[in-house]
Write a protein that binds this ligand. Sequence first.
Ligand code: IPD
Ligand code: CA
Ligand code: CA
Length: 258
Amino acid sequence: MDSSVLAQVIAAVKEAGRLLTDPNTVAEIRAKSVTDYVTNVDVAVQTQLKAKLAALTPDVQFMGEEQDNAGLDPHGAIWILDPVDGTTNLIHNFHFSAISLALYQGGQVVFGVVYHPYSDSCFTATRGGGSFLNGQPISVSNAAQLSQCLASVGTVPGRRDLGETAFRQLWTLYNACQDVRRMGCASLDLSFVACGRQDLYVEPALKPWDYAAGLLLVEEAGGKVTQPDGSPVTLLEGCGVLASNGHVHQQALEALQL
Ligand code: IPD
Ligand code: CA
Ligand code: CA
């Protein structure tokens, strides 16, 4: 896709970020399930960006967390949006939520942007073009042993049936690494692996909009992303994710299979 169009897409994502940072932003909270919430902000960000993307790229289909995504043609291009990744953080005014947008085309993610509006941090990547934070190139860490690593985990809040797996992964990495974090925003977890602030991240189950953009950020920053059992991630259907700087990927896979 033309770089001037991508620049307009990034600008639209940043503009939508203002919907998250307004302190009076969350007016309505609805439980999709006992542990999965949607607010007026999630809906407003998706509505605004969907309209903007339709105007900028009318031929590209749209997948978003807050809509029914049945009937998409996998052979065509698809925007994949998480309007608010980290909704529970948003509800608690925790300031660790992001907008995550990816472009899927030809069976792969070719563009990704993850925007953290509270710090005005904009992570971007294009396939073959590298990863950037606010326009500066980023790369994964050099850690070569799990004992040198800071890891993060996701606790699959919407899939309590997988909670035990998540906490087993946490316990494994806590024992093998320097320490473990749980920040509540998968796209930023992946962005932080991409820029080397942490060395790996694992979560047993996610949706495409949680990881599509972050996956490209990690890969283009020199890292590796697979499922926690080592198999390739699926892009239009959700799956578990293990992302790392690449150097410790095999060690992490072996540790997590125990
Ligand atoms: C959630 C966040 C969280 C992760 C969950 C996701 P949401 O996304 O990324 O960190 O643990 O698995 O569902 O629901 O806030 O968009
Ligand atoms: Ca999400
Ligand atoms: Ca979301």
